[in-house]
Ligand binder design. Structure first.
Ligand code: FAD
Ligand code: NAD
Length: 471
């Protein structure tokens, strides 16, 4: 791209939101540039989020299973050893393959990929500090901000990504810590607690609320998750807040107390993971030069068509409203390009699934029971335990339950909450059902293959308006 070149669309940020928008825009024939300062595409998700965490979750689960769950299956194993360096290498290879794949897709779709940090000069002009040195200025008829999010720091604890870490450090620890404290029992906290606990660390999760799982998880499911994870060896301190931390000694020490006040104690650990949420990232973006608004949580304010108050500047992904999820960012990216190209686009925010990739997995879509209750709608709950599902039984993997919530009057599905093996794949069926406005009876009368875990899903639907067969 030459300096003078005017693009139809300039995208700032090459994360899931930015790169998906770039590909879609390329497909739609828009002359597009995508600016990314990380050096690789894919953003948080591919580089230090979804992908590396799932690599470590998968392989640490295998390791843990080989150590603790083979005998009763008739498999005798010999000397099992952890090769952490190799496990980290396998993770890095997955990340590298995928980020390079994205770069190929941008090229294939004719997108100019510009490596550097972008900042607004004016409402149509972005200056890029190139990673290789020097500067480039590009102009866009449309500009899409997709700069994502960053870990929220904990006041008083200095992140060095070695002893006091965010998820980024937790994906790259070079040895298994003896003791690890996780501040925040949300999705990041629980996924990373699972990885390091399986690999041998003594892990304590300190959660401010009375319930783990972060926002959205159904209380009943969260309770089961906590019980199962505790059985796997993770210690929990819920209803507990960290008052202050001290990293000057050989161990990091944290003062914690009951969230409602009172009982104080000191915990110490080799490594402390700060996982108290993420916040929008707009540093160095030069927003002051274009005067667009942020809300009180730093999110860029947009309308239904992803437009800021400067209408040709749009925003998608973690840096604006909604759940900070890769698939949400992806949906918005496609919709934003459709708005630019065709004037209409659509994301159904009522049907965005959430998955926690622990074992068993936890997954949900739609409203949880507390939300339905608060809405005043009369509802029915149907549930089915995996312990009564034939496939779960043959797999010797029976922990968990499927829970349906449906409108008592119309039977329309309002929410589905699963804890169990394969929950993350199974939730796609619930999402489709909600997207199509299905009733629980629609699902229950749909033939499901036997023997599969998805029969538990069907029978939970059946239990919502009638009785399940196998329980
Ligand atoms: P990001 O992925 O953060 O991308 C923004 C990009 O913009 C970055 O690469 C950044 O370098 C770049 N950038 C910022 N400012 C500039 C600038 N001025 N110039 C140029 N470039 C700039 N979500 C899921 O759905 N499933 C999961 O399993 C999952 N696991 C996760 C695990 C972890 C440990 C973490 C931290 C997150 C996880 N997430 C997961 C959340 C997911 O990563 C985010 O929702 C997703 O990455 C958001 O995409 P985005 O493009 O909006 O932002
Ligand atoms: P989160 O908001 O999901 O959870 C943070 C937790 O920390 C909450 O339970 C909160 O009550 C607790 N907390 C906050 N302040 C605290 C304090 N001072 N002391 C103790 N506890 C405190 O945030 P996260 O887990 O950091 O994840 C960030 C984002 O990344 C989320 O939006 C999440 O959806 C996304 N993510 C998704 C996945 C996935 O989809 N599998 C995986 C990782 C991250």
């Amino acid at each position: 791209a030459s300096d003078a070149a005017e693009h139809d669309l300039v995208i700032i940020g090459g994360g899931v939101a930015g790169y998906v928008a770039a590909i879609k825009a390329g497909q739609e024939g828009l002359k597009t540039a995508c600016i990314e300062k990380r050096g690789t595409l894919g953003g948080t998700c591919l580089n230090v989020g979804c992908i590396p965490s799932k690599s470590l979750l998968n392989n640490s689960h295998l390791y843990h299973q080989i150590l603790h769950d083979t005998k009763k299956r008739g498999i005798e194993v010999g000397d099992v050893k952890l090769n952490l360096a190799q496990m980290l290498k396998a993770k890095d290879q997955s990340v590298e393959g995928l980020t390079k794949g994205v770069e190929f897709l941008l090229k294939k779709n004719g997108v100019d990929y510009i490596k550097g940090a972008g900042s607004f000069v004016d409402a149509n002009t972005v200056k890029v500090d190139l990673l290789d040195g020097g500067e480039q200025t590009i102009r866009g008829k449309n500009i899409l901000i997709a700069t994502g999010s960053e870990a929220t720091p904990f006041p008083g604890l200095n992140i060095d990504e070695k002893r006091i870490i965010t998820s980024t450090g937790a994906l790259a620890l070079q040895e298994v810590p003896k003791k690890m404290i996780v501040i925040g029992g949300g999705i990041i906290g629980l996924e990373m607690a699972s990885v390091w606990s399986r690999l041998g660390a003594e892990v304590t999760v300190v959660e401010f609320l009375g319930q783990i799982g972060g926002p959205g998880m159904d209380a009943e499911i969260a309770k089961q998750a906590q019980k199962i994870l505790a059985k796997q060896g993770i210690k929990f301190k819920t209803g507990t807040k960290v008052v202050k931390g001290d990293d000057s000694g050989a161990l990091v020490s944290l003062n914690v107390e009951a969230a409602k006040g009172g009982k104080e104690e000191t915990l110490d650990a080799d490594v402390v993971l700060v996982a108290i949420g993420r916040r929008p990232y707009t540093e160095g973006l030069g927003l002051e030069n274009i005067g667009i608004d942020k809300d009180d949580r730093g999110r860029l304010v947009i309308d239904q068509e992803y437009r800021t108050k400067v209408p040709h500047i749009r925003v998608v992904g973690d840096v604006t409203f909604g759940p900070m999820l890769a698939h949400k960012a992806e949906e918005e990216a496609v919709a934003a390009i459709e708005y630019i190209k065709k004037g209409h686009g659509h994301v159904n925010y009522a049907a965005i699934p959430s998955v926690m990739y622990t074992h068993p997995e936890v997954a949900w879509v739609g409203q949880n029971e507390a939300e339905v209750k608060a809405s005043g709608v009369k509802y029915n709950v149907g549930s089915f335990p995996f312990s009564a599902n034939s496939r779960a039984k043959t797999n010797l993997d029976t922990e968990g339950v499927v829970k349906f919530i449906a409108d008592a009057e119309t039977d329309r599905i309002l929410g589905v909450h699963i804890i169990g093996p394969g929950a993350g794949e199974m939730i796609a069926e619930a999402t489709l059902a909600i997207e199509y406005g299905a009733s629980s009876e629609d699902v229950a009368r749909t033939c499901h293959a036997h023997p599969t875990l998805s029969e538990a899903f069907k029978e939970a639907a059946m239990a919502t308006y009638s009785k399940p067969i196998h329980f």
